[in-house]
Structures are given as C-alpha cells and as structure tokens.
Ligand binder design. Structure first.
Ligand code: OGA
Ligand code: NI
Length: 359
C-alpha cells in the first residue's frame, strides 16, 4: 500500500503531447462512458436544486425555515445542491481557481517536487486513485492537501509557487470551513438532532478537511473516458468549486445521469457517505462523475469535510427506531476510506457493503 503499482503518468503531459488517440488504459467500458452528443447544448435539468443560503440564520423564523426545508429536500432527494449567497467571497473563489491554474501551468519539474504522493495519504501532486494494477484510469491529475485538523496541516507540503498559493489556500479554506459548519448545523437541526451533533460526531475542532484540486486536461477522445469515474464522496460533506465555464459534473438521480450546469459564483454541496450513515439513510450521498472535453481543460476545487480518522461513525441513536433499525455497520472513517484509497472510484459499492439491514 506504500507505492503505486505502475509508473504514474501525468495526464497533462499526455494531453500536451498532442496524441490523437488516448491510451487504452483510459478507455472506459461501454457502459461507463458518458453519453455524448457532440455539439449539443447542455440544458439545466429543471429541478436541480439551487439554494440561496442568505436566510439560513435569519431571525425571522419563516425565512429560516424556508431555507432549511429546501436544504432538507435537496439532501433527501438528491444528495447535493448548488448554493448561492453562501458567504464565500466570489473574488476569493476566482483567486483560488487562478492560483491552481497557475500551479498546473508550471513546468513539470516544479510540480514533480510535490510528487511524493503515495497511496497511503494521497498528499501532494498525483494522477491516480487506487492501486490495482492494470485498472482503467481517469483523465485527470490532482493536488491533495490537508487543511484540518491543524495538527495535520503542513504548509511545507503545499505549493510554494505561485507565490500567493499558500496564502490563498489558507484564506479560502477558512471561509469554506465557516460555510461547512453552518451547513452541518442546518443538517443536524433538520434531522432533529442537537445543532452541534454532526460536527461533534466528526470530532469538533479535530474534524478533517482536505482539499483536492482536480485538473481535467483537454482530451482528444472525450466520449471514451471520464475525468473522474462514478463515485460517492466517502466523507461527510464536500464543498466543490466547479469549473467556471463548462458543465462537466454529472449526478445520478433516479437512475439518470444529469449534467449540472454551474450557476455563476455558486458552490456545490455534495452529501457524502458518512452523512448517509449517520442519518441512517434519511440523507443520501450522491453518485457523481466528471466528463472531459476536447476543447477546454478545467480545474475544480473539492474541499472534503470528514470525521476525524479514528472516530467510529454509525447511525445516530436519535434516528434509529424499532421500525427503522440501524442500516449500517459502525466503522472508523480511516477504515472506511481505505476502499477508495485501494480501489479508486467504485460508485456506491463501499456504502452498500456496510449494509446490515434493508430499509
Ligand atoms: C471529487 C469530485 C468533481 C469535480 O473531487 O470528489 O467529485 O467537478 N469532483 O471535479
Ligand atoms: Ni466527488
């Protein structure tokens, strides 16, 4: 588990080498390929939830409850929503995106200084998820870093270039953590738990927060592959800053892949597996994947909020009853996420394997 099974190839280098056909190791089986209609416009699915968070903590109970009920419906029916008026500065979002674009535009040798990335922690500059030899790979590179808990934050592992990078990560992280805490409170309240319940279950100040910045290089055969294969996020919630001008993200809803057309300046909130477990499947984690394009590369920032790694997560006693017994086995997050670290993205297979009862 300490090293990659094959030589790691930078997808960005492949993309820049001007190949006309992608290597076989990136060609997905037919059933996993994105349904591609070249040149077709992406239509926003009418019902994709877009939620204005401005009134989440309004003193007026009617306004507060209205926002809470929208969050509730989105987490129950979709496992995700697009948030606007989320409190994170739009200018900071743009700066955060730009420093990472600039980072990925640095010469390969500079980026390779951070390529100490191993499957044990994924920290640093990397290009694959999972360690199975011969696995079909995704068309993306990434940079992975720890933001919380502070004991795991090691700025010397964050890019030193561009010169503002560390500062911008720290500032962006701080704002997104605030948003995350607000959302965890709202979710706890909606689940009729104590306001601090989920945050405390995740370890309070020792909650984990990691940033994965994804680079989706241009791909000469986008219809054959994916930037990120179907998966649900293993942790608690993810706050995703999507690529600004291209609809790449797809979510699975009622058996259909639906393309998310990003609302300008929005952040995407993704419910992860630990919230599905903790809520005993009242909330659902969402299966999602990313398409690539032959015309444009893209960068996205995914901030994952996770339980402290050695905490056991199980369905909250308050949501378990005789009629609705606990659906999932209790497990530490460390053990849970091993699956993603070993096998890479696998839909919702890991969560399914935790099932002890059927609803
Ligand atoms: C992820 C993820 C989506 C995106 O990093 O887990 O789902 O648009 N990213 O990059
Ligand atoms: Ni994801």
């Amino acid at each position: 588990m300490l090293s990659w099974p094959e030589q790691v190839v930078r997808v960005q280098s492949l993309s820049e080498s001007c190949i006309r056909a992608i290597p076989n190791q990136y060609i997905k089986p037919l059933t996993e390929r994105p349904v591609f209609k070249p040149g077709s416009q992406v239509h926003q699915h009418a019902d994709i939830p877009v939620i204005d968070l401005h009134n989440l903590f309004n003193k007026d109970p009617a306004l507060h409850l209205d926002t809470l009920s929208r969050i509730s419906a989105a987490c129950r029916d979709w496992g995700f929503f697009q948030a606007v008026n989320h409190g994170v500065s739009h200018e900071l979002m743009r700066r955060a995106c730009q420093v990472w674009r600039d980072f990925f535009n640095l010469p390969l040798e500079v980026k390779q200084e951070y390529a100490t990335n191993t499957p044990a922690t994924y920290e640093g500059y990397g290009s694959r998820l999972g360690v199975e030899k011969g696995a079909i790979l995704d068309w993306s590179d990434y940079f992975f870093l720890h933001y919380l808990p502070v004991s795991l934050r090691n700025q010397s592992k964050w890019p030193e270039q561009p010169s503002s990078c560390r500062e911008v990560i720290a500032e962006y992280g701080g704002e997104v953590v605030k948003l995350c805490r607000m959302l965890l409170k709202a979710m706890s309240t909606d689940l009729e738990l104590e306001e601090e319940y989920i945050e405390n279950a995740f370890g309070g100040d020792n909650m984990g927060a990691c940033l994965r910045v994804n680079l989706y290089p241009k791909c000469p055969q986008p219809e054959l592959t994916l930037g990120l294969s179907s998966h649900s996020d293993p942790g608690g919630i993810t706050i995703l800053l999507p690529d600004r001008d291209l609809a790449r993200l797809q979510v699975l809803n009622n058996g259909h892949w639906i393309t998310v057309n990003p609302v300008p300046d929005s952040l995407i909130v993704i419910v992860g597996d630990q919230i599905q477990v903790l809520s005993n499947a009242i909330y659902k984690s969402v299966e999602h994947r990313v398409m690539v394009s032959s015309a444009k590369d893209g960068v996205s920032l995914a901030m994952f909020f996770n339980p402290k790694s050695d905490l056991v997560i199980e369905p909250a006693k308050e949501v378990v009853s005789e009629e609705r017994p606990a659906l999932y086995e209790a497990m530490t997050f460390d053990r849970y996420r091993l699956h993603m670290r070993m096998k890479g993205p696998c839909g919702k297979a890991r969560l399914e394997s935790l099932k002890v009862n059927t609803p």
